[in-house]
Design a protein around this ligand. Structure first.
Ligand code: ADE
Ligand code: ZN
Length: 318
């Protein structure tokens, strides 16, 4: 039985399995530049974050209608339930869709139609987090926040993702201030491929959690600060290996982060692309880093603790 857990770092677009990509392409009259599922899977041989993002954005083209976003989200929730997920905080990338002429309404209504029945259908409570694409202009992020305003009752927070190096968090100071002003919670990817200083900058934006954050090990003062403030890291081991941020699972710094006293969580990031959903990440850690059941329980407990659930809901789940 998988441990009950929360998933806090999951891009809904990264749950698009090849089979569903072909189904949606067919439904929408799109011809993919791959003839078979095996062909497409063979393209999942990434050398870095950018090489992954190129395919990730190309395949979003099959997502056109509300029903497409609903089907994608339902498929994730079905898999997550089988992996012990009881609460999911789900990222979405509206700019990847609005840039193709798909409206914010289509994206949010499609995703939330699946979230609305998640507790009854899958036993999973959910929150939705809007991510800004950091390799696009800051003004476009502000426009995206404005376009999302009619939906803010369905969105708990904002995040920052896409190509990290060369796009520091300071680029988004104004939009994060506006999001905070709108009552949104703040998170950001930082220290995945980028330097520890990007983690410091993300903290200066006011973020409450750091997505990835593994490069904090390069900066002992920052490491001590993250431990003292119990700032959670949403770590994604299989992703780090597939995108070559870490050489092998056996070299993954997750035990060092735990030993330094950080509030570490384990997550799947883009499970359709990286060879596993969240419990597959837990099992890979158990196997390759010899994490025992007690450490895995700590990680599962941390996942609820680091969530945006109210205290009483956390206590009921932990
Ligand atoms: N978008 C989807 N997955 C991502 C990742 N691992 N890093 C940055 N942006 C992403
Ligand atoms: Zn991510």
């Amino acid at each position: 039985m998988p441990l009950p857990k929360a998933e806090l770092h999951l891009h809904i677009e990264g749950t698009l399995e090849p089979e569903l990509a072909f189904t949606l392409a067919h439904r929408n009259g799109i011809t993919l530049p791959y003839t078979t599922v095996a062909d497409l899977r063979a393209a999942y041989d990434f050398t870095d974050l950018q090489s992954f993002l190129d395919l990730y954005y190309a395949l979003t083209d099959v997502l056109r209608t509300e029903a497409d976003f609903t089907d994608l989200t339902r498929a994730y929730l079905t898999r997550a339930a089988a992996q012990g997920v009881r609460h999911a905080e789900i990222f979405f990338d509206p700019q990847a869709h609005t840039a193709r002429g798909i409206t914010m309404d289509t994206v949010v209504n499609g995703i939330t139609a699946a979230l609305d029945t998640s507790e009854t259908d899958h036993g999973i409570s959910t929150h939705l987090i809007l991510c800004f694409l950091r390799d696009r202009p800051a003004a476009e992020a502000m426009d995206t926040l404005d376009a999302a305003r009619p939906h803010l009752d369905r969105i708990i927070g904002v995040g920052l993702d896409s190509a990290e190096v060369g796009h520091p968090p300071t680029k988004f100071t104004d939009v994060f201030a506006a999001a905070r002003e709108a009552g949104l919670r703040l998170v950001a990817h930082a220290g995945e491929e980028g330097p520890a200083d990007y983690i410091r900058q993300a903290l200066d934006l006011g973020v409450e959690r750091i997505d990835h954050g593994i490069r904090c090990l390069d900066d002992p003062d920052l490491l001590a600060h993250l431990a003292a403030t119990r700032t959670p890291l949403t770590v994604c081991p299989l992703s780090n290996v597939r995108l070559r941020a870490v050489d092998t699972l056996a070299d993954h710094p997750l035990p060092a982060l735990m030993d330094a006293g950080l509030l570490v969580t384990v997550n799947s990031d883009d499970p359709a692309y990286f060879g596993g959903y969240v419990d597959d990440n837990y099992r890979a850690l158990a196997e390759h880093l010899h994490l025992d059941r007690e450490r895995l329980r700590t990680l599962a407990r941390n996942s609820f603790e680091a969530s945006f659930l109210p205290r009483d809901r956390k206590d009921a789940l932990i």
